[in-house]
Design a protein around this ligand. Sequence first.
Ligand code: 5GP
Ligand code: ZN
Length: 113
Amino acid sequence: MSDCIFCKIATGAIPSNKVYEDEDVIVFHDLHPVAPVHVLVVPKTHIESLAHAEVEHQALLGKLMLVGARVADQLGLQKGFRTVINTGAGGGQTVFHLHLHVIGGPGLPSGIL
Ligand code: 5GP
Ligand code: ZN
């Protein structure tokens, strides 16, 4: 999608603070981190949200999780981390290109939010 900020980051048209990239996904630091570590795992293909994912995306969805865990380890989150996918406006999604938040570091409150 030509006006999608995460598609532009995925192609390099807009710079990002990238921590990992392969043919399927890119991982970069969130512009407004809510914790000491806050990165976004983003598929290179444009999928509007988790609610728009199809069976053909099953392997890609799994890869987002695995890459998220690997990057969390790389970034020193051996004590643990949180993964979040906001879906739709009602779920708090603000960028409508599917992404997995990986959040961690000292001070992360317990609970699901
Ligand atoms: P959502 O609310 O859709 O789950 O998460 C979108 C996230 O993208 C937010 O945490 C926001 O700070 C981040 N974000 C929005 N625009 C940009 C950007 O241009 N660059 C980066 N690195 N993060 C962004
Ligand atoms: Zn996109």
